[in-house]
Design a protein around this ligand. Structure first.
Ligand code: C2E
Ligand code: CA
Ligand code: CA
Length: 248
């Protein structure tokens, strides 16, 4: 698929509490010649197991950086942050830092616009190495969001050692936030935790006004989900942002 250039990125808008688009998340799709558009749940795991996640992840990184650079000359798009998902195996790879530096240098992308989404599974081994690498990337001025927060095994004491910028409330907690008291407390707790650690917080999988209102009422200021938009092909994402910025 890499050789045949069959991978594409879709972009899902991220909005603030005033409905302004503040960024997007790049999500990988495989444009398969006979199977059509294949989602990452059907191939990322195999890619991780085989090690192919390294070249695939590198392609995602370069494509995202190229996109950030391309948007930098377009006023309505230049301020957006663009998040990408980094697998634990990719992050642990000895060349990862080098790949990020090269992608930034080759494209001229502003590192402040690049946000790396990491998961708690990253912290399962060699935490010292993870912290050292994150600090190196932080020196470059890239951002970090902790994806699927609360679903993994991370020790809360690690949180204060990591140079994170954002916690991402997992979709599974957002889904039942209005019907399940436990999920509601977890979502509220993640917001408070982020506030106390000086981090921003974003909720993913927001599908209804009710969920959004609950989250806003509890201090969450950023949102992503089908309520606003599904992940979109590049041209549609750009049109979505243009339409929103001309409204305001
Ligand atoms: P994720 O990082 O948790 O990404 C969010 C997933 O939730 C996306 O699925 C997105 O389409 C979906 N989603 C967004 N809003 C809603 C909503 O309101 N309701 C529901 N039910 N779902 C929503 P997608 O695109 O199928 O990606 C699945 C997973 O594949 C991602 O989960 C991520 O872990 C992984 N992935 C995607 N792209 C990449 C990539 O470039 N590299 C790596 N390593 N993993 C990737
Ligand atoms: Ca993600
Ligand atoms: Ca997630």
């Amino acid at each position: 698929a890499i050789d045949e250039q069959q991978f594409v990125l879709h972009f899902q808008p991220q909005l603030d509490a005033e409905d302004r688009v503040i960024g997007g998340e790049a999500l990988l799709r495989w444009q398969h010649p006979t199977r059509g558009l294949v989602g990452p749940n059907d191939f990322i795991r195999v890619a991780e197991e085989t090690g192919l996640i390294i070249p695939i992840g590198q392609w995602v990184l370069e494509t995202v950086c190229r996109q950030i650079a391309a948007w930098s000359t377009r006023p309505e798009l230049a301020q957006l942050s663009l998040a990408l998902n980094v697998s634990a195996r990719q992050f642990h790879n000895a060349n990862f830092i080098f790949h990020v530096i090269s992608a930034l240098e080759d494209t001229g992308a502003a590192p402040q616009r690049l946000k790396l989404e990491l998961t708690e599974s990253l912290l399962l081994d060699d935490v010292e190495d993870v912290i050292a690498k994150m600090n190196m990337l932080k020196e470059l001025d890239t951002g970090f969001s902790l994806d699927d927060f609360g679903t993994g095994y991370s020790s809360l004491s690690y949180l204060k050692c990591l140079p994170l910028d954002q916690l991402k409330i997992d979709r599974s907690f957002v889904r039942d936030v209005l019907t399940d008291a436990n999920d509601a407390s977890i979502a509220r707790t993640v917001v408070v935790l982020a506030q106390n650690l000086g981090l921003s917080v974003i909720a993913e999988g927001v599908e209804t006004e009710g969920q959004r209102d609950f989250l806003i009422g509890n201090g969450c200021q950023a949102f992503q989900g089908y309520l606003f938009s599904r992940p979109l092909p590049l041209a549609d994402f750009e049109a979505y942002v243009s339409a929103r910025s001309s409204q305001s």
